[in-house]
Ligand binder design. Structure first.
Ligand SMILES: NC(=O)c1ccc[n+]([C@@H]2O[C@H](COP(=O)([O-])OP(=O)(O)OC[C@H]3O[C@@H](n4cnc5c(N)ncnc54)[C@H](OP(=O)(O)O)[C@@H]3O)[C@@H](O)[C@H]2O)c1
Length: 365
């Protein structure tokens, strides 16, 4: 690994400090180097906050020394936004060299900064750890180029493709390391979705849980349930699943159809649970309508966590953009868990997590 790649690695680490906190903006990290030593660091902490380059220059608190190099994971912005164009800032600060990770995915801007900076006499090297820098913003990249949320399926299967463990065994298919990893991805996605079958079978919390500085933490994003007839809320409120009763119930939205019982809908809404009505929740019309509604509400990515019925319908409708496939080391799942159709992943990345294997990538139709 050369020096530029090492410094870009540090910029990536800084960017990840804002994991899941910058939507609809990308995560970006920046490192300022003088004479081979890091003198300042910055990252984009949240939407509306300073960009990483500005944060690094602010942390420096003085003018960079002649010959300084700025490392940034994403091409600096070249258009005047809420915080001013970073290209102008870099030029005004007298930075001699800029090393860029990924180019701006928006075709209208891609590579523009490189030309602007070079025209200002700044040396530019682009594409350093490009794959990692682009992967960091898989949700943003999709949103900014399509205007639609990234719809990602996540499934844990036995080695032979079943999504439920054998009856009478543990509730989990995968081990601890894979479950920790899955919660990390939940934190990245603004929304999480399951079908009515999963709510009935598992009564899931769908929160993000992790340990930080030795402390157990829990957060909740938007939670979606596809339940055309509101069957999951048909009974008495005391028997409702926790998604409709816990302290985060106002983050829950049930997607139903006009055929759902009006009184059940009214009870859910009175409890603070949102109900979206669509003509159908299935097929291209169902998924298309859901994605459009998410877009209007600024939900830039949804992680679909099952079950197999919902995931297979999303795949058949061409609605799955991305897949997270956790495969356990053992075979012999149960038939009642349903079998997930094979996903054809491209540009796939893999990770070994204890006994389990994660493969993730874009889904080819
Ligand atoms: N291994 C894993 O990663 C994983 C993850 C989640 C769940 N699971 C397991 O999977 C099982 C539940 O899965 P499941 O397949 O029975 O149920 P599911 O996929 O969670 O839900 C299916 C139900 O959702 C409703 N639905 C609404 N829109 C739909 C759409 N577009 N496509 C398909 N269904 C839609 C339908 O309800 P109506 O029939 O009322 O129309 C359908 O019966 C449980 O045993 C659970 O433990 C495993």
């Amino acid at each position: 690994m050369d020096f530029d790649e090492t410094m870009m690695g540090r910029a990536l680490e800084l960017a990840r400090r804002a994991w899941g906190a910058t939507h609809p903006n990308p995560m970006v990290g920046a490192v300022l180097v003088e004479d081979g030593a890091v003198v300042a660091e910055g990252w984009h902490e949240r939407d509306g906050g300073p960009h990483a380059e500005r944060a690094a220059l602010a942390a420096l608190g003085r003018r960079p020394a002649p010959g300084a190099t700025l490392y940034v994971t994403l091409e600096p912005c070249s258009t005047e936004g809420r915080t001013g164009a970073c290209c102008d800032l870099i030029r005004a600060a007298g930075i001699a060299r800029v090393v860029i990770g990924a180019t701006d995915p928006n075709p209208a801007h891609a590579g523009r900064a490189v030309g602007l900076l070079r025209a200002a006499g700044i040396e530019v090297r682009s594409g350093v750890r490009r794959v990692e820098c682009a992967d960091l913003n898989l949700i943003f990249n999709h949103w900014i180029t399509t205007g639609r949320p990234l719809m990602a399926g996540k499934i844990a299967t036995t080695r032979d493709g079943f999504s439920a463990p054998p009856p009478g065994t543990s509730r989990w298919i995968t081990g601890e390391a894979a479950r920790v990893d899955a919660h990390r991805w939940r934190r990245l996605f603004p929304g999480i979705l399951v079908g009515a079958g999963t709510v009935r079978a598992d009564n899931p919390a769908l929160t993000r849980r992790w340990t930080e500085d030795g402390m157990e933490r829990e957060e909740c994003g938007r939670r979606f349930v596809l339940d055309p007839l509101l069957t999951t809320a048909a009974g008495a409120e005391s028997a409702w699943p926790r998604l409709y009763t816990d302290r985060w119930r106002e983050r829950t939205t049930v997607v139903a159809t006009p055929a759902a019982d009006a009184e059940t809908r009214a009870r859910l809404e009175a409890a603070g649970v949102a109900v979206w009505e669509q003509e159908t929740t299935r097929g291209p019309a169902g998924w298309g309508g859901f994605a459009r509604r998410c877009a209007t509400e600024g939900v830039t990515g949804v992680l679909i966590e099952g079950g197999a019925t919902v995931l297979n319908d999303a795949l058949a409708a061409g609605a799955l953009d991305y897949g997270f496939l956790y495969r356990a080391g053992f075979a012999g799942g149960s038939a009642w868990g349903g079998k997930v159709e094979r996903w054809n992943l491209t540009a796939a990345l893999g990770a070994r997590l204890g006994e389990d294997q994660l493969t993730r990538g874009r889904i080819l139709a």
